[in-house]
Design a protein around this ligand. Structure first.
Ligand code: ADP
Ligand code: MG
Length: 411
């Protein structure tokens, strides 16, 4: 099916030709006509399958065709869970709006950077706001923005935005939105509980579940290597050297682990940097830009990098620590194998995390062979750490563990 069969305007079709996109992905083919008709959509499709354009194209078309409100105020709100994703999705909207030649203003707002330029940018109004929830509320509190004119609400990575971590902010935002609006929720994963919640927020939604045909499956080879927790960094170094991996995204469980593992890799001569929520936004932006430009070969990240980020030609993702949930596993490994490319996802499993990984496999409907690397055969048998925590030093008790043990000794 060509893009032209979806009801998109000639200007958007020209923009797509310029990008040399020959045909819509399945989620785009299903969602674009529905969004243009004004329907609510709950759209689920695998990582890297073009969900951004599935909502961005029809949204831009709707707004370009309707005259801006006077005074100009936001007509579309796109919420995303992380700053880097706000920048990426906002960039996509800006670029397309420019190609469209439509006088649409796109505002990108996220925390960690000064709010003043964002407030200045909102003077004179805006049409589309792409934001993280916290900063959006800050802008509203500063009278920089009103949501009273929003006609379309998009939740990208909707299951993440609807989970507990964002509950308070989302409730505040919802209270400020007009009750009558179009709602578009997208993600690669919708756990049952979130699905039930999403259904209560949507009106007669079109449910799109792109069950990937074999040829559309993200082409991600998943491998599992068993290794003692304390030897993972060394193994990682060996794997990088042995396979000549030029770019690797390594996931760990904590900010602290990100720092330590990146530091060890750097000391071993690799261009490695940590990426987590406690770094300055300037540093976060720099690390991601350096990684995309291949100035860095390894980024050691927490789950703040697990959602939505589109890094072209990222061949390898490593789960140094296992993700907490099966959904997180899907999103983490989905940073590779995007837009039809192939990728490799390697999970390091130790005695202490084997049971947790089995649970992930079960929920994913997977059963992966356990591999060993010569020289790194595991010898630990007792569980070394609670699942998902994966202490960097293996069995060394953390400060928290010591405090807990001390508290337990109190009468
Ligand atoms: P998702 O949100 O589903 O994880 P993205 O929207 O980030 O995926 O898109 C992944 C990549 O695929 C992006 O680099 C995007 O530019 C590209 N892409 C999107 N639509 C198409 C298409 N129709 N044809 C080819 N590439 C596409
Ligand atoms: Mg996405």
């Amino acid at each position: 099916m060509p893009f032209s069969a979806l009801g998109l305007s000639p200007a958007l079709l020209a923009a797509l030709r310029e990008r040399a996109y020959t045909s819509p992905t399945p989620i785009q083919a299903a969602a674009i006509p529905a969004v243009l008709q004004g329907r609510d959509v709950l759209g689920s499709a695998q990582t890297g399958s073009g969900k951004t354009l599935a909502f961005a194209l029809p949204l831009l078309q709707q707004l370009a065709q309707a005259p801006a409100a006077t005074p100009r105020r936001a007509r579309a709100l796109v919420l995303v869970p992380t700053r880097e994703l706000a920048a990426q999705v906002g960039e996509e909207f800006r670029h397309l709006a420019q190609q469209l030649g439509a006088p649409l203003r796109v505002t990108v707002a996220f925390g960690g950077v000064s709010i003043n330029p964002q407030l200045m940018g909102l003077r004179g109004g805006t049409d589309i706001v792409v934001a993280t929830p916290g900063r959006l509320l800050d802008l509203i509190d500063h009278n920089g923005l009103t949501l009273a004119g929003v006609q379309v609400l998009v939740l990208d990575e909707a299951d993440r935005l609807l989970d507990l971590g964002f509950a308070e902010e989302l409730a505040r935002i919802r209270a400020l939105l007009p009750a009558r609006r179009q709602n578009l929720f997208f993600s690669a994963t919708f756990p049952p509980a979130v699905q039930a919640l999403a259904q209560t927020l949507l009106q007669d939604p079109l449910r799109i579940d792109v069950l990937p045909a074999a040829q559309d499956q993200p082409d991600i080879v998943q491998r599992v290597i068993t290794v003692d927790a304390g030897r993972r960094t060394q193994l990682l170094r060996q794997l990088i050297a042995q396979h000549g991996w030029r770019r690797v995204l390594v996931f760990v469980a904590t900010k602290h682990a990100a720092e330590i593992v990146a530091d060890k890799l750097r000391k071993a001569g690799l261009q490695a940097e940590p990426f987590h929520g406690e770094l300055s936004q300037g540093k976060r932006t720099q690390v991601l830009a350096d990684f995309k430009a291949e100035r860095l070969s390894v980024v050691v990240a927490t789950d703040v990098a697990a959602r939505g980020l589109d890094i072209a030609e990222l061949p390898v993702v490593v789960n140094y620590d296992l993700p907490r949930s099966p959904s997180d596993y899907t999103h983490r490994i989905g940073r590779t194998g995007r837009a039809g490319a192939s990728g490799l996802a390697v999970s390091l499993v130790s005695a202490g995390t084997e049971a947790h990984f089995r649970l992930i496999e079960k929920r994913q409907g997977l059963q992966l062979p356990r591999e060993q690397v010569p020289g790194f055969e595991p010898v630990d048998s007792a569980p070394a750490a609670a699942p998902g925590t994966g202490g960097v030093k293996g069995k060394r008790p953390s400060k928290k563990d010591k405090l807990r043990a001390a508290a337990a000794r109190q009468p």
